[in-house]
Design a protein around this ligand. Sequence first.
Ligand SMILES: NC(=O)c1ccc[n+]([C@@H]2O[C@H](COP(=O)([O-])OP(=O)(O)OC[C@H]3O[C@@H](n4cnc5c(N)ncnc54)[C@H](OP(=O)(O)O)[C@@H]3O)[C@@H](O)[C@H]2O)c1
Length: 303
Amino acid sequence: MPGRQPLRRPLAQGRSSPRPGPLPSARRGSRHGTGPACGPCRAGSRAARHPFAAPAGIARPPPQLSLLARRDWSSNNDSERPAMQIGIIGAGNIGGNLTRRLTALGHKVSVANSRGPHTLTALAEETGATAVPVAEAARDAEIVVVAIPVKAVPDLPAGLLDAAADGVAVIDTGNYYPRERDGRIAEIEDEGITESRWTQRRLGHPVIKAFNGTYAQDLLDRGRPAGDPERIAVPVAGDDEEAKRKVRALIDELGFDTVDAGGLDDSWRQQPGTPVYGLRAGADGVTQALAEASPERAPEFRG
Ligand SMILES: NC(=O)c1ccc[n+]([C@@H]2O[C@H](COP(=O)([O-])OP(=O)(O)OC[C@H]3O[C@@H](n4cnc5c(N)ncnc54)[C@H](OP(=O)(O)O)[C@@H]3O)[C@@H](O)[C@H]2O)c1
């Protein structure tokens, strides 16, 4: 079954920064929230209130960025780092906060939602991003982020990436929630392909799976300078090594370490219900959690 093989080699533990020092909580890993409504928490049910899934009733981020969110946390402290054109498709919890952080870092961001740019004037004014129709979001982009519900991926316009820059890296933040939001997707359930491989097929372009297990609010609040013992790590999976390198460099800039979680068929290790999903931990903890994942989809994430 593709994408469901147990890992037979050590995961590459990539840090885009010096190794963080000891941090008991980060080493052990901490999960978001403590109650039964916290999806990533193995102790509780993945209820509809899970913040990665629920399309409604989610507290929106504060109107102003925290001080943390304005800083460039990159291990490569290069003041000459060129601004990139970045397209963000989806302006909700995760797309909105990535828009905030990436504009604050000086990147040129085009952001789109399903209802059109006229509904994104507040976000555009707040951040300086350009609100565009979704068909324009990838124009000239070196990196495109797809941050929409999985069920909406097939609705994206054909040729979405045609006008992107050569070698564009596409980040897929998506999580498949068959019961609460997305409905049953046969290719994922029956063929056993990973969620991101399904999205890649729909887009017709390689994707890099990243941020799917990161709480959107953490993008604003949890970035830390390279080497900070509290810096948390993000697993990154995908087949296009050059695109993965670009994505990992961007995540470093945002203030997070990265762990190379393998190819796209390995990305079941970071899907909902896995130990790493929603884990706040440094690179060691993330590497360990990826290795401990079971290839069986957790029952609450089956359609
Ligand atoms: N929330 C989190 O903390 C988090 C963390 C990691 C990963 N994720 C995953 O990332 C994805 C997005 O999550 P979210 O919480 O940011 O969702 P959300 O707050 O519900 O926002 C979804 C966004 O997608 C847009 N959208 C929907 N269909 C679209 C289409 N066909 N074309 C263009 N834009 C479209 C929506 O636009 P309209 O409002 O105009 O419809 C909205 O801006 C999901 O797969 C989720 O599981 C979420």
